[in-house]
Design a protein around this ligand. Sequence first.
Ligand SMILES: Cc1cc2nc3c(=O)[nH]c(=O)nc-3n(C[C@H](O)[C@H](O)[C@H](O)COP(=O)(O)OP(=O)(O)OC[C@H]3O[C@@H](n4cnc5c(N)ncnc54)[C@H](O)[C@@H]3O)c2cc1C
Length: 561
Amino acid sequence: MSDIHTRMEALEDRLGDPFDAANPAGFAAVVAADEREEVPEGGAGALDEFGILSEFVPGPLGGRLERVDHLVELMRSVYRRDPSLGLGNCSSSLLGAVNIWTSGSPDQRREAAELLLAGKKISCAFHELAHGNDIGSIEFAATPANGSLSLNGRKESITNLDRAHGVVFLVRSDPGGGPRSCSQLFVPVADLDPDRFRFLPRFRSVGMRGVRLGGIEMQDCPVDADAVLGAPGTGLETVARAFQLTRTAMPGMSTALLDTSLRVTLHHVRRRRLYGRDVAAIPMVRTTLANAFADQLLCEAFAAVAARSLHVLPESGSVYAPAVKYLLAGVLLDALEQLSLVMGAEFYRRDGEHAVFQKLARDIKPVGFGHIARAACLSAMLPQLPTLARRSWSGAAPGPAALFVSDAGLPPLDLAGLRVVAGGQDRLAQALNAALDEDVPKPLRPLIETHVRRLESLAESCAGLRPRDLSIAASVEVRELAARYTTVLAAAACIGVWRHAPAGDFLARPEWLVAALTRLTGIDAGRPEDVPAEVEGALVEELLDRDDRTVSFGISARQYR
Ligand SMILES: Cc1cc2nc3c(=O)[nH]c(=O)nc-3n(C[C@H](O)[C@H](O)[C@H](O)COP(=O)(O)OP(=O)(O)OC[C@H]3O[C@@H](n4cnc5c(N)ncnc54)[C@H](O)[C@@H]3O)c2cc1C
């Protein structure tokens, strides 16, 4: 199919106006389906017709996946209508597939691509309730038996297990333990002996209620020994590389929940009159709207830069991906909470024209714990901080422009080329240090200086950390260093996006950057500071204009239906 911009428009057209009560993929249908713990049939059908799963298949395998930033932007069209549809019918297949693209043999990649191109789902069965984020402790075992592998154990809380055509399993392949004791298997469901496994009853959830969460139990279930992805024992290493894509892309897609929540809030407060004026004009409400808009922009700027870094700086994904997941999840959860306060009683309704808000407020929750917990993201970054501090954080050099420019050419995505550790390389932090070298408008300079100083003090605190300070038992104080590092990276990403924005564009103006850098300064202190009064007007004006024109609130400012 055509170029990405045409595909984005085509997808928006196919899914239609979400506020149209008669639209089978619109909010009314989405909310009604949620009440039944389903996704709207109209939305699912439209995605199938569009061939959405082809978007997750790399170009050389016949699909349309070329760039991670484009994938994220396209998927926002789905997530902004129904996150259950986004995860359940789309990105859950990406979770499994990235492992196959990273470590699979040419035959395994071809087989997986054929499934997705035909619209068939791939499930990713990694977690076990008994072990949660501690996936190195999984018990589901694959044991050699008569020339094949015999599977035994349970997997639970897995999306689409009972309706997938292929499953990627994380298994214990060496009972002896150690970092090389787990492997991944790609198994076509049709090949499984139905007498040797059973699906467990569906799990019910508070949010994402349309997502089919299930489990599987296997007893001496034989699978072909060729099912192993990559070399035996490299399962966790593949996770560490492949999930850099999903841990960047999926929080990036989730920014669309904030877009819709903000849009619904605007619809409410612009029409509701209290004390003889629009609620939108009440100063506290205006500030909340401006804050949410700034949050949307900063989240999308950071997600876009990190997505492009997978192409441009493949050595850095092991820190940028958990940083995006940690920071975006926190900001999005907080922003929805603040908007729900403005919605007031209207937030609490399951019917009426704003009912989708309460659904989104529930659907946003897994962004904080699904796929990997926020706390586990900090744990993943911690061991790298001393080396990053010593080798990179005092350096200053502008980052590659391709990180910050929306349609700059990018090197092809090479998932197999991603690294497990960054080796102390951090071009984004160095770009922050270089940000004051050029002309900077007056109101921005002190804010940028603040973030540069934060990086300096972070470097001092981190350089001397010893390995025993950085284990899973790291103190809260040390873990906060990793959290502070994520705000520094996000600040660098926002500055880069601002500096490279086309002249005349809203993103080239200083106001949004003042707002974003102020919010990021406050996050370290526990609560994001309000957007400064002197830029609030410019933000609210842009926000209302975008609402009037049905344009996205994120950095692409693209036309929505
Ligand atoms: C909608 C949905 C869809 C899902 N789909 C899939 C799927 O397709 N495939 C799949 O395999 N799984 C899937 N899951 C499972 C999900 O990703 C796991 O259940 C989850 O990662 C396990 O974590 P837990 O929340 O039970 O937390 P636990 O791991 O039990 O952690 C509890 C708490 O301990 C702390 N903690 C945990 N680890 C660390 C750490 N490293 N450092 C510091 N603190 C830590 C955190 O505070 C954490 O919140 C899905 C879950 C949901 C809700």
